[in-house]
Unconditional design. Sequence first.
Length: 195
Amino acid sequence: MNQSDEIEQSYFYLYYLRRPNEEDPLEPGKWQPFYVGRGYGNRVRHHRKEARNLLKDPRKKNSNPIRNNIIHNLWQNGLDFKEEIVISGLTNKEANYYEIERIAAYGRINLKTGCLANLTDGGEGTVGYVKKIRYCECGCREEIKHGWYLPGHDPELGGGFEHQLKEKKRAIANEKKAKEQEIKEYYERVGKWFG
């Protein structure tokens, strides 16, 4: 790679989303970061737009419910978060490195290791993504992504897919038994006439 290629690729940055109601554990006196990201262009502003869109229509895609809940709670309390570009002029590889390093340093809420709403260990891809699994009272398994139920999995809306499938099978089996009982009773009545 020549020098001009390196210059062209050095447009990534590392950013924090900071909340004013908590202090940074690693940098006392600063607002606490609740999300660490890497990007280029307007990526740092994407999260504000997504949070606003979710307020308008909660059915829209929610890429990170933990982060969006923090933002919404701040707004409900008359506060706002700060988007801070911490390091700029990075290559993609450098941005990945710093993102991974910062997430490890601050820790993740979903792992109960720190203050960040990040759902992965950082870098490219979904390394360290944790899928929660829960079991219904009936014993069926349901997976919960990002701490939220998959569509159709909300127990308030009738349980998980497996639960709904078990219920459907149970209903079909009950209908079949009822029909068999009805036929049996019919033949018993008819048999008395002809037998």
